[in-house]
Design a protein around this ligand. Structure first.
Ligand SMILES: [Zn+2]
Length: 173
């Protein structure tokens, strides 16, 4: 941005960083929350962080398997990586490509498959995760959810799956 330019009229050029372009896109969305200087997401016109946050993230479907991931059986760092993997939100090379981040090579560095490193490849198809080769973590969790096992057994198995995911992710890093 040039000195003295208004943030509200600034348009981020396509060659700016992904983060700056994303912030500018949110800014444009925020402008729609005001009508004649009045905040319209709350009936009383008072600004609300909660209402703004919900407007930014939009409608989020509730994940039925969340309670299996966030348990005391797994290590905290395993919770987080498992949670991102289930949603396909780990920053894999495929995801970086979609975010227009410049990359030299997109092949999986764990195997010789000459396959793009994606969430699907790392956790479903790569030779490293043949132990989870059924149908991947998402389907594995949904399958575990439908089993008539005791809660402790379900949580233990999901914690093991989470540990496998985490070690694959660590090896990849
Ligand atoms: Zn691989």
């Amino acid at each position: 941005m040039k000195d003295g330019a208004s943030i509200w009229s600034h348009r981020a050029p396509a060659d700016n960083s992904w983060y700056w372009r994303k912030l500018n896109a949110i800014k444009v969305q925020m402008q729609n929350w005001y009508s004649q200087g009045r905040y319209i997401l709350a009936q009383n016109g008072d600004y609300s962080i909660t209402k703004s946050y919900l407007a930014i993230i939009g409608q989020q479907p509730r994940m039925k398997t969340a309670e299996l991931v966030w348990t005391s059986m797994a290590l905290p760092k395993h919770h987080f990586i498992t949670w991102l993997a289930v949603q396909g939100r780990l920053l894999t090379l495929e995801r970086k490509l979609k975010l227009h981040i410049q990359l030299d090579d997109t092949d999986c560095c764990l195997c010789d498959g000459k396959v793009m490193e994606s969430n699907e490849h790392l956790f479903e198809k790569c030779v490293w995760v043949k132990a989870l080769e059924n149908n991947g973590i998402k389907q594995a969790l949904e399958g575990i959810k439908t089993k008539h096992w005791k809660k402790g057994k379900k949580e233990t198995i999901v914690a093991i799956c989470g540990a496998i995911l985490c070690h694959v992710w660590q090896a990849r890093n």
